[in-house]
Design a protein around this ligand. Structure first.
Ligand code: PLP
Length: 392
Protein backbone atom coordinates (compact mmCIF):
# COMPACT_ATOMS: atom_id res chain seq x y z
CA UNK A 1 0.00 0.00 0.00
CA UNK A 2 1.52 3.30 -1.05
CA UNK A 3 -0.21 6.43 0.15
CA UNK A 4 2.11 9.22 -0.83
CA UNK A 5 -0.54 11.89 -0.58
CA UNK A 6 -1.20 11.56 3.12
CA UNK A 7 0.05 13.90 5.82
CA UNK A 8 3.10 13.09 7.90
CA UNK A 9 1.59 11.50 11.02
CA UNK A 10 -0.50 9.16 8.88
CA UNK A 11 2.48 8.31 6.67
CA UNK A 12 4.60 7.40 9.71
CA UNK A 13 2.07 4.67 10.55
CA UNK A 14 0.80 3.63 7.11
CA UNK A 15 3.55 4.75 4.71
CA UNK A 16 5.51 2.50 2.36
CA UNK A 17 4.57 -1.17 2.48
CA UNK A 18 2.79 -0.93 5.82
CA UNK A 19 1.30 -4.44 6.01
CA UNK A 20 2.44 -7.86 4.88
CA UNK A 21 0.99 -8.58 1.42
CA UNK A 22 1.36 -12.35 1.96
CA UNK A 23 -0.44 -12.66 5.31
CA UNK A 24 -2.05 -9.32 6.14
CA UNK A 25 0.08 -9.06 9.30
CA UNK A 26 -0.04 -5.42 10.44
CA UNK A 27 3.47 -5.68 11.79
CA UNK A 28 5.69 -6.55 8.83
CA UNK A 29 7.19 -9.97 9.67
CA UNK A 30 10.91 -10.39 10.16
CA UNK A 31 11.76 -12.44 7.06
CA UNK A 32 14.86 -14.06 8.49
CA UNK A 33 15.91 -15.80 5.29
CA UNK A 34 19.21 -15.56 3.43
CA UNK A 35 17.85 -17.03 0.22
CA UNK A 36 14.57 -17.54 -1.64
CA UNK A 37 13.24 -20.40 -3.78
CA UNK A 38 13.29 -20.02 -7.54
CA UNK A 39 10.41 -21.76 -9.33
CA UNK A 40 12.39 -22.31 -12.48
CA UNK A 41 15.47 -20.73 -14.02
CA UNK A 42 15.11 -16.96 -13.92
CA UNK A 43 11.69 -17.09 -12.17
CA UNK A 44 11.38 -16.13 -8.51
CA UNK A 45 8.47 -16.63 -6.11
CA UNK A 46 7.96 -12.98 -5.23
CA UNK A 47 10.88 -11.07 -6.73
CA UNK A 48 13.44 -12.11 -4.10
CA UNK A 49 16.57 -14.16 -4.79
CA UNK A 50 19.18 -13.57 -2.12
CA UNK A 51 19.17 -11.60 1.15
CA UNK A 52 21.84 -9.12 0.15
CA UNK A 53 20.04 -8.05 -3.02
CA UNK A 54 16.60 -7.86 -1.42
CA UNK A 55 14.56 -8.87 1.61
CA UNK A 56 10.84 -8.20 2.23
CA UNK A 57 11.38 -6.69 5.70
CA UNK A 58 14.13 -4.39 4.43
CA UNK A 59 11.95 -3.56 1.43
CA UNK A 60 9.17 -2.39 3.74
CA UNK A 61 11.59 -0.09 5.56
CA UNK A 62 13.10 1.19 2.30
CA UNK A 63 9.69 2.03 0.87
CA UNK A 64 8.70 3.70 4.16
CA UNK A 65 11.70 6.03 4.31
CA UNK A 66 11.28 6.89 0.60
CA UNK A 67 7.66 7.79 1.30
CA UNK A 68 8.55 9.91 4.35
CA UNK A 69 11.25 11.88 2.51
CA UNK A 70 9.07 12.34 -0.61
CA UNK A 71 11.60 10.31 -2.60
CA UNK A 72 11.27 7.59 -5.21
CA UNK A 73 13.64 5.06 -3.64
CA UNK A 74 15.07 4.25 -0.22
CA UNK A 75 18.03 2.08 0.79
CA UNK A 76 18.84 0.58 4.19
CA UNK A 77 22.35 -0.07 5.46
CA UNK A 78 24.07 -1.62 8.47
CA UNK A 79 25.00 1.84 9.78
CA UNK A 80 24.92 5.51 8.87
CA UNK A 81 28.56 5.25 7.87
CA UNK A 82 27.86 2.25 5.60
CA UNK A 83 25.25 4.47 3.89
CA UNK A 84 27.73 7.35 3.53
CA UNK A 85 30.45 4.99 2.26
CA UNK A 86 28.06 3.73 -0.42
CA UNK A 87 27.32 7.30 -1.52
CA UNK A 88 31.05 8.00 -1.82
CA UNK A 89 31.38 5.07 -4.27
CA UNK A 90 29.38 7.19 -6.72
CA UNK A 91 32.55 9.23 -7.22
CA UNK A 92 35.87 8.35 -8.80
CA UNK A 93 39.52 9.19 -8.20
CA UNK A 94 40.34 12.74 -9.17
CA UNK A 95 36.91 13.97 -8.08
CA UNK A 96 36.68 16.36 -5.16
CA UNK A 97 34.04 16.44 -2.44
CA UNK A 98 33.16 19.36 -0.22
CA UNK A 99 31.99 18.83 3.36
CA UNK A 100 30.37 21.39 5.60
CA UNK A 101 32.28 22.54 8.62
CA UNK A 102 31.79 20.47 11.78
CA UNK A 103 30.17 17.45 10.14
CA UNK A 104 29.93 14.15 11.99
CA UNK A 105 33.47 13.00 12.86
CA UNK A 106 33.05 9.67 11.07
CA UNK A 107 32.14 11.37 7.79
CA UNK A 108 35.37 13.35 7.99
CA UNK A 109 37.34 10.22 8.89
CA UNK A 110 36.28 8.10 5.88
CA UNK A 111 37.25 10.90 3.53
CA UNK A 112 40.43 11.82 5.34
CA UNK A 113 41.82 8.35 6.05
CA UNK A 114 40.19 5.99 3.55
CA UNK A 115 38.94 7.63 0.36
CA UNK A 116 41.98 9.89 0.32
CA UNK A 117 44.00 6.75 -0.47
CA UNK A 118 41.98 6.39 -3.66
CA UNK A 119 42.54 10.00 -4.67
CA UNK A 120 39.03 11.14 -3.86
CA UNK A 121 39.91 14.47 -2.30
CA UNK A 122 37.87 16.54 0.11
CA UNK A 123 37.76 20.10 1.30
CA UNK A 124 36.01 21.61 4.32
CA UNK A 125 33.82 24.60 3.57
CA UNK A 126 31.64 27.01 5.52
CA UNK A 127 28.27 26.28 3.90
CA UNK A 128 26.64 29.26 5.61
CA UNK A 129 28.49 31.41 3.10
CA UNK A 130 26.71 30.89 -0.25
CA UNK A 131 28.82 33.34 -2.22
CA UNK A 132 31.99 31.54 -1.20
CA UNK A 133 30.44 28.21 -2.13
CA UNK A 134 29.64 29.40 -5.63
CA UNK A 135 33.16 30.81 -6.00
CA UNK A 136 34.73 27.51 -5.02
CA UNK A 137 32.61 25.66 -7.59
CA UNK A 138 33.37 28.21 -10.27
CA UNK A 139 37.11 27.73 -9.80
CA UNK A 140 37.31 23.95 -9.46
CA UNK A 141 35.50 21.78 -11.94
CA UNK A 142 36.68 18.61 -10.20
CA UNK A 143 34.25 19.24 -7.36
CA UNK A 144 31.47 16.72 -7.94
CA UNK A 145 29.62 16.59 -4.63
CA UNK A 146 28.91 18.34 -1.36
CA UNK A 147 27.96 16.71 1.94
CA UNK A 148 25.97 18.98 4.20
CA UNK A 149 24.50 18.63 7.64
CA UNK A 150 21.95 21.18 8.71
CA UNK A 151 22.00 21.75 11.57
CA UNK A 152 25.55 20.44 11.93
CA UNK A 153 27.06 18.17 14.53
CA UNK A 154 27.87 19.57 17.12
CA UNK A 155 27.63 23.34 16.59
CA UNK A 156 24.14 23.27 15.05
CA UNK A 157 25.18 25.55 12.20
CA UNK A 158 22.29 26.04 9.78
CA UNK A 159 22.74 26.01 6.00
CA UNK A 160 20.15 27.27 3.52
CA UNK A 161 19.53 23.95 1.78
CA UNK A 162 17.39 25.39 -1.00
CA UNK A 163 19.99 28.00 -1.98
CA UNK A 164 22.90 25.55 -1.74
CA UNK A 165 21.05 23.03 -3.92
CA UNK A 166 20.34 25.69 -6.54
CA UNK A 167 24.02 26.60 -6.76
CA UNK A 168 25.06 22.92 -6.90
CA UNK A 169 22.65 22.24 -9.78
CA UNK A 170 24.16 25.10 -11.77
CA UNK A 171 27.57 23.39 -11.60
CA UNK A 172 26.26 19.83 -11.87
CA UNK A 173 27.40 19.00 -8.33
CA UNK A 174 25.53 16.38 -6.22
CA UNK A 175 24.00 17.81 -3.05
CA UNK A 176 24.04 15.21 -0.30
CA UNK A 177 22.25 16.13 2.93
CA UNK A 178 22.73 14.25 6.17
CA UNK A 179 19.28 14.67 7.70
CA UNK A 180 19.97 12.67 10.88
CA UNK A 181 19.43 15.57 13.30
CA UNK A 182 16.12 16.63 11.74
CA UNK A 183 14.42 13.48 10.35
CA UNK A 184 11.80 13.85 7.60
CA UNK A 185 9.28 14.84 10.27
CA UNK A 186 11.03 18.21 10.57
CA UNK A 187 12.89 18.69 7.29
CA UNK A 188 12.70 17.21 3.80
CA UNK A 189 15.93 17.96 1.90
CA UNK A 190 14.69 16.44 -1.40
CA UNK A 191 11.80 18.93 -1.42
CA UNK A 192 14.42 21.67 -0.91
CA UNK A 193 16.38 20.53 -3.98
CA UNK A 194 18.91 18.05 -2.57
CA UNK A 195 19.84 14.94 -4.60
CA UNK A 196 20.56 12.44 -1.84
CA UNK A 197 19.37 12.25 1.77
CA UNK A 198 21.47 10.36 4.30
CA UNK A 199 20.37 9.14 7.72
CA UNK A 200 21.94 7.46 10.63
CA UNK A 201 18.81 5.50 11.60
CA UNK A 202 20.61 4.79 14.86
CA UNK A 203 19.48 8.17 16.17
CA UNK A 204 15.95 9.68 16.05
CA UNK A 205 14.44 7.31 13.48
CA UNK A 206 15.19 4.21 15.58
CA UNK A 207 14.75 6.39 18.64
CA UNK A 208 15.43 3.84 21.34
CA UNK A 209 19.22 3.46 21.23
CA UNK A 210 18.88 -0.22 20.37
CA UNK A 211 19.73 -0.48 16.67
CA UNK A 212 22.61 0.75 14.52
CA UNK A 213 21.44 1.51 10.99
CA UNK A 214 21.70 3.86 8.03
CA UNK A 215 19.43 5.01 5.20
CA UNK A 216 19.62 6.74 1.85
CA UNK A 217 16.81 8.32 -0.14
CA UNK A 218 16.76 9.77 -3.66
CA UNK A 219 14.08 11.07 -5.97
CA UNK A 220 15.65 10.10 -9.27
CA UNK A 221 15.40 6.71 -10.95
CA UNK A 222 18.87 6.85 -12.53
CA UNK A 223 20.56 7.70 -9.26
CA UNK A 224 18.45 5.04 -7.55
CA UNK A 225 19.65 2.44 -10.03
CA UNK A 226 23.29 3.32 -9.33
CA UNK A 227 22.75 3.14 -5.57
CA UNK A 228 20.85 -0.17 -5.83
CA UNK A 229 23.82 -1.57 -7.75
CA UNK A 230 26.29 -0.21 -5.17
CA UNK A 231 24.24 -1.46 -2.22
CA UNK A 232 24.24 -4.98 -3.64
CA UNK A 233 27.86 -4.83 -4.81
CA UNK A 234 29.42 -3.46 -1.62
CA UNK A 235 27.02 -5.37 0.63
CA UNK A 236 26.61 -3.16 3.72
CA UNK A 237 22.89 -3.98 3.99
CA UNK A 238 20.62 -3.78 7.04
CA UNK A 239 19.52 -7.13 8.48
CA UNK A 240 15.82 -8.12 8.64
CA UNK A 241 15.52 -7.84 12.43
CA UNK A 242 17.18 -4.42 12.49
CA UNK A 243 14.94 -3.30 9.62
CA UNK A 244 11.94 -4.35 11.67
CA UNK A 245 13.22 -2.45 14.72
CA UNK A 246 13.63 0.68 12.64
CA UNK A 247 10.10 0.42 11.20
CA UNK A 248 8.81 -0.01 14.75
CA UNK A 249 10.73 3.05 15.96
CA UNK A 250 9.61 5.24 13.06
CA UNK A 251 5.93 4.73 13.93
CA UNK A 252 6.30 6.93 17.03
CA UNK A 253 8.69 9.47 15.48
CA UNK A 254 6.32 12.43 15.56
CA UNK A 255 5.23 12.08 19.18
CA UNK A 256 8.81 11.56 20.32
CA UNK A 257 10.09 14.47 18.25
CA UNK A 258 7.40 16.82 19.59
CA UNK A 259 8.48 16.00 23.14
CA UNK A 260 12.21 16.26 22.29
CA UNK A 261 11.53 19.77 20.99
CA UNK A 262 9.33 20.82 23.91
CA UNK A 263 12.00 19.70 26.38
CA UNK A 264 14.88 21.18 24.36
CA UNK A 265 13.24 24.60 24.16
CA UNK A 266 12.66 24.58 27.91
CA UNK A 267 16.22 23.50 28.74
CA UNK A 268 17.81 25.89 26.23
CA UNK A 269 15.99 28.76 27.86
CA UNK A 270 17.22 27.77 31.32
CA UNK A 271 20.81 27.35 30.10
CA UNK A 272 20.71 30.67 28.25
CA UNK A 273 19.82 32.44 31.48
CA UNK A 274 22.34 30.56 33.61
CA UNK A 275 25.33 32.46 35.00
CA UNK A 276 27.53 29.41 34.35
CA UNK A 277 26.88 29.15 30.62
CA UNK A 278 29.15 30.97 28.22
CA UNK A 279 27.67 30.15 24.82
CA UNK A 280 24.62 28.23 23.71
CA UNK A 281 23.98 26.71 20.28
CA UNK A 282 20.32 25.92 19.65
CA UNK A 283 18.44 26.58 16.38
CA UNK A 284 15.23 27.25 18.35
CA UNK A 285 16.76 30.25 20.14
CA UNK A 286 15.65 33.51 18.48
CA UNK A 287 19.12 34.98 19.05
CA UNK A 288 20.88 32.05 17.34
CA UNK A 289 22.55 32.85 14.03
CA UNK A 290 20.70 30.24 11.97
CA UNK A 291 17.29 30.79 13.60
CA UNK A 292 15.53 32.40 10.61
CA UNK A 293 16.76 29.91 8.01
CA UNK A 294 15.92 27.02 10.33
CA UNK A 295 12.40 28.42 10.69
CA UNK A 296 12.08 28.73 6.93
CA UNK A 297 13.22 25.23 6.00
CA UNK A 298 12.34 23.01 8.97
CA UNK A 299 9.24 22.41 11.07
CA UNK A 300 11.17 22.71 14.33
CA UNK A 301 14.61 23.12 15.91
CA UNK A 302 15.10 19.47 16.90
CA UNK A 303 16.30 18.19 20.26
CA UNK A 304 20.03 18.91 20.17
CA UNK A 305 21.68 21.66 22.23
CA UNK A 306 25.37 22.44 22.53
CA UNK A 307 26.82 24.81 25.11
CA UNK A 308 30.01 25.85 26.84
CA UNK A 309 30.55 26.42 30.54
CA UNK A 310 32.59 29.35 31.81
CA UNK A 311 36.28 28.97 32.71
CA UNK A 312 35.73 28.31 36.41
CA UNK A 313 33.65 25.17 35.80
CA UNK A 314 35.24 21.75 35.47
CA UNK A 315 33.72 19.85 32.56
CA UNK A 316 34.63 16.40 33.85
CA UNK A 317 33.10 17.16 37.26
CA UNK A 318 29.97 18.29 35.44
CA UNK A 319 29.74 14.98 33.55
CA UNK A 320 30.46 12.96 36.70
CA UNK A 321 27.73 14.66 38.70
CA UNK A 322 24.87 14.09 36.26
CA UNK A 323 22.41 11.51 37.62
CA UNK A 324 19.73 11.17 34.91
CA UNK A 325 21.46 12.48 31.81
CA UNK A 326 23.99 9.88 30.71
CA UNK A 327 27.48 10.47 29.34
CA UNK A 328 27.50 8.38 26.15
CA UNK A 329 28.09 8.46 22.42
CA UNK A 330 25.03 8.73 20.16
CA UNK A 331 21.92 10.89 20.26
CA UNK A 332 18.26 10.96 19.35
CA UNK A 333 17.10 8.24 21.75
CA UNK A 334 14.29 8.57 24.27
CA UNK A 335 16.87 8.97 27.04
CA UNK A 336 18.87 12.18 27.47
CA UNK A 337 22.53 11.80 26.57
CA UNK A 338 25.44 14.15 26.94
CA UNK A 339 28.79 14.04 25.19
CA UNK A 340 32.13 15.77 24.94
CA UNK A 341 32.76 16.21 21.18
CA UNK A 342 36.52 16.87 21.46
CA UNK A 343 37.26 13.51 23.10
CA UNK A 344 34.28 11.51 21.84
CA UNK A 345 32.34 12.02 18.56
CA UNK A 346 34.96 14.30 17.01
CA UNK A 347 38.15 12.78 18.45
CA UNK A 348 39.25 11.62 14.99
CA UNK A 349 39.49 15.20 13.73
CA UNK A 350 42.90 16.86 14.33
CA UNK A 351 42.97 19.45 17.13
CA UNK A 352 44.00 22.31 14.82
CA UNK A 353 40.99 21.71 12.57
CA UNK A 354 38.67 21.43 15.57
CA UNK A 355 39.96 24.74 16.92
CA UNK A 356 39.55 26.39 13.54
CA UNK A 357 35.92 25.38 13.27
CA UNK A 358 35.18 26.34 16.87
CA UNK A 359 34.89 23.00 18.66
CA UNK A 360 36.68 23.65 21.94
CA UNK A 361 37.61 21.62 25.04
CA UNK A 362 34.73 23.12 26.98
CA UNK A 363 31.99 22.29 24.45
CA UNK A 364 29.20 20.04 25.71
CA UNK A 365 26.63 18.42 23.42
CA UNK A 366 23.26 17.49 24.85
CA UNK A 367 20.73 15.19 23.21
CA UNK A 368 17.55 16.06 25.05
CA UNK A 369 15.40 13.00 25.76
CA UNK A 370 11.69 12.69 26.45
CA UNK A 371 11.88 12.53 30.27
CA UNK A 372 10.19 15.18 32.45
CA UNK A 373 11.84 18.45 31.58
CA UNK A 374 11.90 19.69 35.19
CA UNK A 375 13.93 16.61 36.20
CA UNK A 376 16.39 17.21 33.37
CA UNK A 377 16.87 20.86 34.32
CA UNK A 378 17.41 19.96 37.96
CA UNK A 379 19.97 17.35 36.95
CA UNK A 380 21.84 19.85 34.76
CA UNK A 381 21.81 22.70 37.28
CA UNK A 382 22.93 20.45 40.16
CA UNK A 383 25.85 19.08 38.11
CA UNK A 384 26.83 22.58 36.99
CA UNK A 385 26.82 23.79 40.59
CA UNK A 386 28.96 20.88 41.78
CA UNK A 387 31.50 21.47 39.02
CA UNK A 388 32.22 25.09 39.97
CA UNK A 389 35.76 25.99 40.98
CA UNK A 390 36.97 22.39 40.91
CA UNK A 391 40.62 22.26 39.91
CA UNK A 392 40.99 20.86 36.39
C1 PLP B 1 25.76 9.06 14.09
C2 PLP B 1 25.82 9.85 12.89
C3 PLP B 1 26.33 9.33 11.70
C4 PLP B 1 26.91 7.93 11.61
O1 PLP B 1 25.91 6.96 11.77
P1 PLP B 1 26.21 5.51 12.38
O2 PLP B 1 24.85 4.89 12.38
O3 PLP B 1 26.78 5.70 13.74
O4 PLP B 1 27.15 4.84 11.47
C5 PLP B 1 26.33 10.13 10.58
N1 PLP B 1 25.86 11.39 10.62
C6 PLP B 1 25.38 11.93 11.74
C7 PLP B 1 24.89 13.33 11.73
C8 PLP B 1 25.34 11.20 12.92
O5 PLP B 1 24.89 11.74 14.04
Amino acid sequence: MTIKKNKMNTKLIHGGISEDPATGALSIPIYQSATFKQIELGKTTAGYEYGRSGNPTRDALESLIADLENGSDGFAFASGLAAITTVLFLFKSGDRILISQNVYGGTFRILDEIFNNFDLEYEIIDTENLEKYENVLKNDENIRGIIIESPTNPLLTVTDLNEISKISKKYNVLTIVDNTFMTPYLQKPLDLGADIVVHSGTKYLGGHSDVVSGLLVVNDKKLAEKLRFLQNSTGGILEPFDSWLLIRGIKTLSVRMDRHIENAKYIANVLKNSEAVNEIYFPGDVDFKGYQIQKKQAKGPGGMISFTLKEDYNINEFFKNLKIITLAESLGGVESLVSHPVTMTHACIPKNILEKIGIGENLIRLSVGIEDKEDLVEDLLTAIKKSKNKIK
